[in-house]
Ligand binder design. Structure first.
Ligand code: SF4
Length: 409
């Protein structure tokens, strides 16, 4: 019987991060088997082959309780499974994550720490138990050296072109997960990634970035047009037929929408939709959450995009702490204007109090019946989507889990 394999638990929520994580393991070792697990029943088969399989989870705070229940079930059905965790929740609350039943928790970027862990397995060393592992290296990881590609499973994910964010929206974990550093992938590395994932060639390539047009910029609001054009041109020149940028899983800050960026989209990209974060139509809410783009800038951005033939998919969040009905109504007014005047679509969210963010210790505000009716009507018109109803429940669940001690920060 072989000793071990790393088995990544796949869910609909971590599908973008798995190709990168699996690629790290593949790069670190040619020998250690890597698998994907879609159902815990399949562990039966792995247990027949491996004495102590390593089950890897990457998840957000929203999935925390499901992960906890699942680990409990696995432990009741199988002995000798080793559990590791990483991702946004593990980074934000390592102690709490360890207490969910994990043997090892990885904090922050996993490229180097996961590589070291694989090295221990490869050498047959003793695995840590009950440890939190963090990359303490002063130099941040060079994202150029890692690709969202796992050849053994013919998997490739969206190409991360920028890690971290210059902005400081108080509801968002992104700027806080990577020790407040921002890095851009070089064009050489993007091309190398495309070569590695042969099936990008002739197919659609998606970029991953919190603000697609911040590529190679040095500060908030700066747009490096030359670098963006060089990136897009180089990708097209190497045979990628369809290239998507500024649409899921990447977004664009409204400040970055202008004729020049839309020219670039038109010239090189296939997407006619763009994803724009607006978040609220209320100035006081935007101020309280440090969302600096305000209302005029996004309105002008959507209008310009429409005049150039692009459809805007606009993010709005409801349920912010202390949000009044008046503030909610202001958001609905802006959403209605965007839909009616600019044929925009709304991507609706409910606020989540997430560990590590300035709003972590705050309480969401329930949606009124009146608001729910309006959002449902917009959905019925086919102009609004999102999981706000489920998120409202999950948001209050998070507060409950914290009270019960499942979250320890
Ligand atoms: S919401 Fe977007 S712009 Fe704001 S901090 Fe998060 S990633 Fe950056």
């Amino acid at each position: 019987m072989s000793n071990s394999a790393i088995i990544f638990r796949r869910t609909q929520f971590n599908r973008y991060s798995l190709p990168l994580l699996m690629g790290i393991v593949e790069k670190a070792s040619k020998n250690i088997p890597i698998y994907l697990l879609d159902s815990i029943d399949s562990l039966v088969d792995f247990k027949k082959i491996y004495k102590r399989p390593i089950l890897a989870y990457s998840f957000t705070t929203l999935q925390m309780m499901k992960v906890y229940e699942e680990i409990k079930e696995i432990k009741s059905r199988f002995n000798d499974v080793y559990f590791i965790a990483g991702g946004p929740h593990a980074t934000a609350d390592p102690e709490g994550t360890l207490a969910l039943g994990f043997n090892t928790v990885f904090v922050g970027e996993g490229e180097r720490t996961l590589t070291d862990f694989v090295d221990i397995i490869e050498k047959g060393g003793e695995l840590p138990d009950g440890e939190i592992i963090e990359d303490k290296n002063e130099e941040p990881v060079n994202i150029d050296d890692y690709y969202p590609v796992c050849k053994r499973h013919n998997l490739c994910g969206p190409m991360e072109i920028t890690r971290g964010c210059f902005y400081n929206c108080h509801f968002c974990q992104t700027p806080r997960l990577f020790r407040r550093t921002i890095r851009h992938r070089s064009i050489k590395s993007v091309i190398r990634g495309i070569e590695k994932a042969e099936h990008y060639n002739g197919q659609r390539l998606y970029f991953l970035s919190p603000n697609a047009f911040s590529y190679q910029s040095m500060r908030a609001g700066e747009i490096n047009y030359e670098a963006i054009e060089e990136l897009l041109k180089s990708v097209k020149d190497c045979g990628v037929k369809d290239l998507d940028i500024a649409y899921f899983p990447s977004e664009i800050r409204p400040e970055c929408i202008n004729d020049r960026t839309l020219d670039l989209l038109e010239k090189y990209c296939s997407n006619k939709k763009i994803a724009i974060g607006i978040q609220s139509g209320s100035k006081p809410v935007l101020k309280r959450t440090c969302r600096t783009s305000g209302i005029e800038i996004p309105l002008n951005a959507v209008a310009l995009a429409r005049s150039r033939g692009f459809t805007s998919h606009c993010d709005f969040i409801f349920g912010f702490p202390d949000e009044t009905q008046e503030e909610v109504d202001e958001s609905i007014e802006i959403m209605t204007l965007l839909i009616k005047k600019y044929d925009a679509r709304i991507h609706c969210h409910f606020f989540m109090p997430l560990p590590m963010t300035p709003l972590w210790n705050s309480t969401p505000t329930h949606l009124s019946e009146k608001t729910k009716d309006t959002l449902n009507k917009m959905r019925d018109w086919g102009k609004l989507d999102g999981w706000w109803e489920e998120q409202e429940i999950e948001s209050f669940n998070i507060i409950e889990w914290k009270k019960l001690g499942f979250i320890k920060v």
